[in-house]
Design a protein around this ligand. Structure first.
Ligand SMILES: *[C@@H]1O[C@H](CO)[C@@H](O)[C@H](O)[C@H]1NC(C)=O
Ligand SMILES: *[C@@H]1O[C@H](CO)[C@@H](O)[C@H](O)[C@H]1NC(C)=O
Ligand SMILES: *[C@@H]1O[C@H](CO)[C@@H](O)[C@H](O)[C@H]1NC(C)=O
Ligand SMILES: *[C@@H]1O[C@H](CO)[C@@H](O)[C@H](O)[C@H]1NC(C)=O
Ligand SMILES: *[C@@H]1O[C@H](CO)[C@@H](O)[C@H](O)[C@H]1NC(C)=O
Ligand SMILES: *[C@@H]1O[C@H](CO)[C@@H](O)[C@H](O)[C@H]1NC(C)=O
Length: 429
């Protein structure tokens, strides 16, 4: 992929920001301008440029009379929300930094202003789980996008016709809000309900409930399924779960115990983030972890995070991980992360059809989507997304329409009862 920064981690996140332009979450010129000002490995310069952009677009949004010009206001608020999230992205190394909270509040507030102005219904709800709350956003498709629509919407905008529903969860660092721009509109355009959620470790739950990642992800998804089952507008025979990035482990984990799902999609398949980090981190560090010397491991990991001479990728993932696992101990993070696996015994417990995506040039966990597909066997459809068509990155970043076409057409076939050949070799839809 063409790199927008000589810092490969910055380049990746810039590409992610740029990709939001495909569905109203950013504008290319705005991102390219920010990219031109950001200094490699300088986290403050990253923050400064995105905060500048966020404030500038936010001010424009506020100045619009949203009653008269709802489209203009909505588009601006969606972008300022994205840029506030971006401004926060590299700040997590210091969890006392109050900007982590203020920027997030700005992002949520602008996003909520934007979804209020959608022509279709989008509502937040808080679902009670065992000892935490799962925030969700429920979006309904435009009536005209479903050719079989007969029923009128009631005055609250809630039609009672039961529709197929796609529940989507993000990964290690992403928000539920950005999912509207990456996959949400593609799902809604197909006439299906689109629902997002966040669990412990994910941005809003982490900030508002101080809860780090938990491996028992069914404890997050099952309460959401109970909630969906009570709604008059969800066809419970047609509910699919999609996991993006680290969600490629979380969603299959949830599906191993939540059997009301009619399909689960891992984009991309991830059997163990721990195993892939073990391969990417300096071997000396891993030896130290395995030796059980917590103090020495602690010091070396924190020294990597705090030194700008180490690659941004390592510094960022350490800060992000301690933040998302809600711990100050790198040893505890590593130990807990090792429990997040999608191995043979777990995958065997999945009873529905599964879709596993792989990016030809996804260097985050090479070989793991293929391993997952192999372990799932007959109940898996595997698709390799190609670099030469621009879809080879992690989660097919920037090729959102290609993922939507392949994954959602597969889902349509499952729901319509069309038999699809299952293939390990990359069926082209
Ligand atoms: C916005 O437009 C509406 C409808 O024309 C009008 O009633 C309202 O006064 C305007 N608000 C502002 C702040 O100008
Ligand atoms: C972390 O952030 C707090 C609050 O902004 C600040 O006082 C402190 O100096 C920061 N620590 C480091 C190591 O930068
Ligand atoms: C929630 O409950 C689980 C299982 O009972 C327990 O392990 C966990 O510590 C609890 N978390 C909180 C924040 O109370
Ligand atoms: C842990 O590592 C440190 C630094 O290498 C060393 O000084 C210390 O003796 C080790 N502790 C144990 C229990 O091995
Ligand atoms: C598979 O499901 C059974 C029955 O619910 C459960 O006891 C077992 O622990 C599950 N295995 C894994 C690896 O999750
Ligand atoms: C991307 O994938 C192609 C085809 O597999 C390979 O030749 C190339 O080396 C890869 N590039 C990177 C940067 O991984």
């Amino acid at each position: 992929m063409y790199q927008l920064s000589s810092d490969s981690e910055f380049a990746f996140i810039l590409a992610e920001m740029l990709s939001l332009s495909n569905n109203f979450g950013a504008n290319t010129g705005e991102i390219l301008r920010a990219a031109s000002q950001i200094k490699p490995s300088d986290f403050e310069s990253w923050h400064r440029e995105f905060k500048f952009l966020a404030d500038g677009i936010h001010d424009k949004a506020v100045a619009i009379n949203a009653t008269r010009f709802p489209v203009s206001a909505r588009e601006a608020y969606f972008r300022s929300a994205s840029y506030y999230r971006a401004a926060d992205f590299f700040l997590h190394g210091n969890t006392s930094d109050t900007r982590i909270y203020s920027l997030w509040n700005s992002a949520l507030s602008d996003f909520d202003k934007a979804i209020e102005l959608l022509p279709t219904v989008a509502r937040r709800a808080n679902v009670s789980a065992h000892n935490f709350t799962v925030p969700i956003i429920f979006y309904k498709p435009q009536e005209s996008s479903n050719p079989h629509s007969t029923q009128e919407l009631d005055d609250k905008g809630y039609g009672s016709r039961k529709l197929p529903t796609v529940l989507v969860g993000n990964g290690y660092d992403g928000s539920q809000e950005e999912l509207y721009h990456s996959v949400g509109r593609s799902i809604l355009d197909r006439g299906w309900n689109f629902v997002t959620y966040e669990g412990p470790g994910q941005p809003t739950v982490l900030r508002q409930q101080q809860l780090g990642f938990i491996p028992d992800w069914w404890d997050v998804v099952t309460p959401v399924m109970d909630y969906l089952a009570k709604r008059p507008d969800v066809d419970m025979r047609r509910v699919a779960l999609v996991g993006i990035s680290f969600g490629g482990t979380l969603a299959p984990r949830a599906a191993s115990r939540e059997h009301r799902l009619s399909a689960v999609l891992a984009i991309n398949g991830l059997t163990s983030l721990f195993a892939s980090l073990e391969k990417q981190f300096p071997p000396k560090l891993i030896d130290l972890f395995n030796s059980g010397n917590k103090t020495a491991f602690h010091h070396i990991v924190l020294s990597i995070m705090e030194s700008s001479s180490y690659p941004t990728q390592f510094r960022w993932i350490i800060g992000q991980s301690l933040f998302a696992f809600n711990t100050r101990s790198p040893f505890e993070w590593f130990t807990r992360l090792s429990k997040f696996v999608a191995d043979g015994p777990l995958l065997r417990n999945i009873t529905c059809p599964t879709f596993v995506a792989s990016g030809e040039n996804d260097s985050s966990a090479p070989g793991q989507p293929e391993e997952m597909a192999e372990l799932l066997g007959d109940k898996c459809t595997y698709n390799l997304f190609k670099t030469d068509l621009g879809a080879g990155e992690h989660c097919q970043l920037g090729a959102e329409a290609q993922v939507a076409q392949v994954a959602l057409d597969w889902l349509g076939d499952i729901w319509d009862g069309v038999k699809t050949p299952r293939s390990m070799t990359g069926r082209v839809y």
